[in-house]
Design a protein around this ligand. Structure first.
Ligand code: BGC
Length: 760
């Protein structure tokens, strides 16, 4: 017995448990001793995240916020830009408040801080998780140099309705790819340990199902089965939790009739009990108060509902601050729950090292030397070039030759403010590289570039105003449309090739930027049509914050390169790809519909009892439309290259595996073209028979490879029973014996199949 104990003791001293448990005990003791000294008001203060905006240093002490901080009524602040302002407020917290508890400083660092990377949908289109993680690492390096210790990213909301403007902020339509991206972002922001310099706490949002808003209208109702939630919408949030994300943000929408912000099943049963989440939960912006409009009661009622559901921090609404004391008296909430919420927030502050050094994120030297550096900008340029998706390239119009005259036309050709896309709170837009800047600097001596605006964003100036907020206007040109088009045609007439930079402005996607028509606005479409009529070759350089409808463009324009919004280096990255210095390798993370009426459209859909035979057009009494085909314009995973790749049929190591084993599936991929290129090899599985209906295919693995001209590589994937598991009708996560198709290809449509039979 004695021997056993001493072995155990020795193990504790040497084993990996030892430092963690000791650190945990030290932290618990510290927080216990702090909390016994806190008044109820001070505890409620920790749960408060008031609106602060961009506070000016000099006014910090005298502003209302300064007063609240001094009185211990604030747990954190957000979206304050600039290390001096943050330091000034933190000084009030740790020098003038009674218990000197430091503040959290949050921000929406969604795709970069001052060095801006492609919008998250574009980052996802790289299908390169190392790049995604690096972008987040750089974002964290820059943001933490400027005082930020808490990030409101990643957004893990699966989106299958491109009318929803926030599709731009997410990781597309697929749970597997979405989970990979979400994990990479959390790793990038948080690093190995939050106490390390240059790391910040991440927040997975918006929990949950926010991307499934009915009709794609932001903040709208969601309603779905639990089988769908668990199999298709929950995985990316869960992936973030498994990766150790520090914070979860609740969403605006309702789930099963109860808003997520007050939904105990979601925030406690699923998040804490099933997923073992250990961090804290913050509401979205006034989402507690908004439960009154949802019909859940007055501010006191909804605040109690949120706290009891498991929500810890109230963003902006101040319902916790102003009503919970009364609710406690009336026994509508418990002191234990208030303590728990307060502790969750104090633990985050402790883990961030704020109690050791409240100013560790306010490093003037780092702020001056580690933000928007040439090295970061170079990475942003590389990543942007890999996020672009070549949608069409008839007759190898691209890459452009470095000689002759290019007409660069369109309202997005010579604009810097819109390059970063939505949510670029900390960026200096004047420093972004426009398409014109980029092309001029990379074209070389034998190219002449002529430019003309050609059109406004749209004919409707009110629409233009709505689509040009936050200093990202396209600056309305007051000349009549036909005058602008004539000027563009004049420039085009002198050119060998026309590059038309068209599409959405930055703020046509993002929050509260839903669209019913997701095509290119008519004024630009008219310009494009006029340019095509010249008979000269036209390249459409597309700006898109979402999947767009491009059926007309696909039919008439010879080359289409989708740039999404590439970030601060967009112009250089676009020129890299246009001139062929970089071969495009992005693949779509979301299906592009032919027509808005097909929405929701996504590759991993179910069969019906009356499916249309593959490749079929219309059949009566089959599941289809009278007026458009079922299939999308561009499928999930699609993207062309300046070279071609050939795939052999998948080879399976064992077509009849039994039990908890693994098999290997491999394919040979050959670059059959004349230039080097990167290809995303995608593996999909179809579970052919199940106790619940199963999707026609599901992405289960992918790898991005580089191939020299003529080179062949064998790509092997290991498949285990884990890849076959799903939630059944009783929400049991398991796999079932039966036949499976394993498909490999360069997109979700063009695949080669091997069939296997896997038994328990
Ligand atoms: C958005 C969140 C964001 C928050 C703070 C809300 O309106 O929905 O995504 O993090 O504002 O800026």
């Amino acid at each position: 017995m004695l021997k056993k104990i001493s072995v155990l003791f020795a193990l504790m001293l040497t084993g990996p448990l030892m430092p963690n448990t000791m650190a945990q005990t030290r932290m618990d003791r510290f927080i216990d001793s702090l909390m016994v000294r806190m008044t109820l008001e001070e505890k409620l203060g920790q749960l408060n995240l008031p609106v602060s905006g961009d506070i000016v240093t000099g006014q910090a002490g005298s502003s209302d916020i300064g007063k609240k901080v001094r009185e211990g009524q604030v747990g954190g602040l957000f979206n304050i830009k600039g290390v001096d302002k943050i330091r000034a407020i933190q000084e009030i917290a740790v020098r003038q408040s009674r218990l000197r508890i430091p503040l959290l400083f949050g921000m929406d660092v969604i795709h970069g801080y001052q060095t801006v990377f492609p919008i998250p949908l574009g980052l996802t289109a790289t299908w390169d998780m190392e790049l995604v993680e690096r972008s987040a690492r750089i974002a964290a390096t820059e943001a933490t140099a400027q005082g930020i210790n808490w990030n409101f990213s990643p957004m893990a909301d699966i989106a299958r309705d491109p009318r929803w403007g926030r599709a731009s902020e997410g990781c597309g339509e697929d749970p597997y790819l979405g989970s990979a991206v979400t994990r990479a972002l959390v790793r990038g922001y948080q690093g190995k340990d939050l106490s390390l310099p240059g790391t910040m706490m991440a927040t997975v949002k918006h929990f949950a199902l926010y991307g499934a808003a009915e009709a794609g209208r932001d903040y709208n109702t969601t309603d779905m089965s639990r089988v769908r939630m668990y199999n298709e919408y929950f995985p990316p949030y869960k992936a973030a939790v498994d990766e150790g994300v520090g914070c979860v943000m609740s969403s605006f929408n309702e789930i099963d009739g109860i808003p997520a912000t007050g939904n105990r099943w979601l925030l406690t049963d699923v998040l804490r009990r099933q997923w073992k989440f250990k961090g804290f939960v913050v509401s979205d912006y006034t989402s507690i108060n908004e439960m009154t409009d949802h019909g859940m009661g007055d501010l006191q009622q909804v605040s109690a509902l949120a706290l009891n559901a498991g929500l810890d921090m109230d963003m902006v609404g101040e319902g916790f601050l102003t009503t919970l004391k009364k609710s406690l008296k009336e026994k509508k909430v418990t002191e234990a729950r208030i303590n728990e919420a307060c502790r969750n927030i104090l633990v985050a502050k402790y883990k961030l090292g704020l109690f050791d050094d409240p100013f560790r994120y306010c490093n003037a030297e780092r702020a001056a030397t580690e933000v928007f550096t040439p090295a970061h900008r170079k990475e942003a340029r590389d990543i942007a070039a890999q996020s672009f998706v070549l949608l069409k390239n008839q007759g190898n119009l691209l890459p452009l030759k470095r000689k002759g005259t290019i007409a660069l036309v369109g309202p997005l050709a010579d604009n810097r403010e819109n390059m970063t896309g939505t949510w670029s709170v900390a960026a200096d837009h004047a420093k972004s590289v426009s398409i014109l800047d980029g092309m001029i600097s990379l074209a070389g001596p034998d190219v002449r570039i002529l430019t003309a605006r050609g059109s406004n964003l749209d004919y409707d100036s009110l629409f233009e105003e709505r689509a040009g907020m936050f200093g990202k206007s396209l600056r309305h040109d007051t000349r009549p449309a036909d005058v602008m088009i004539r000027e563009a045609l004049n420039v085009a007439s002198q050119a060998d090739v026309i590059v038309a930079a068209l599409g959405e402005s930055a703020e046509m996607s993002g929050e509260a930027s839903s669209r019913a028509d997701i095509g290119i606005p008519q004024a630009q479409r008219d310009l494009l049509n006029a340019l095509l009529k010249t008979g000269k070759p036209v390249v459409l350089l597309l700006f898109a914050g979402r999947p767009m409808t491009l059926s007309w463009e696909q039919e008439h324009v010879p080359a289409i390169l989708n740039l999404w919004f590439g970030g601060s280096e967009t112009g250089l990255a676009a020129a890299d790809v246009l001139f062929g210095d970089v071969n495009p390798s992005g693949k779509l993370p979301s299906t592009f519909p032919r027509h808005v009426g097909q929405i929701p459209i996504y590759y991993n859909h179910k069969n019906t009892g009356r499916p249309l035979p593959e490749g079929g057009w219309f059949q009566k009494f089959r599941s289809n439309y009278l007026d458009v085909p079922n299939d999308p314009l561009y499928p999930f995973g699609f993207g062309l290259s300046y070279t071609n790749f050939n795939y052999t049929s998948p080879l399976v190591s064992n077509p009849t595996p039994r039990g908890e084993t693994s098999i290997t599936v491999s394919t040979k991929v050959t670059n059959t073209g004349a230039v080097a290129g990167k290809e995303v090899v995608q593996l999909y599985i179809r579970d052919k028979v199940g106790s619940v209906t199963r999707p026609l295919k599901e992405l289960k693995a992918f790898r991005k490879i580089s191939l020299a001209p003529g080179e062949t590589k064998t790509v092997s994937f290991e498949i285990t029973t884990r890849d076959l598991k799903f939630y059944d009708n009783n929400l049991r996560f398991d796999w079932e014996s039966g036949a499976f198709d394993i498909m490999i290809g360069g997109n979700s449509r063009d695949v080669k199949t091997a069939s296997i039979e896997w038994t328990k």
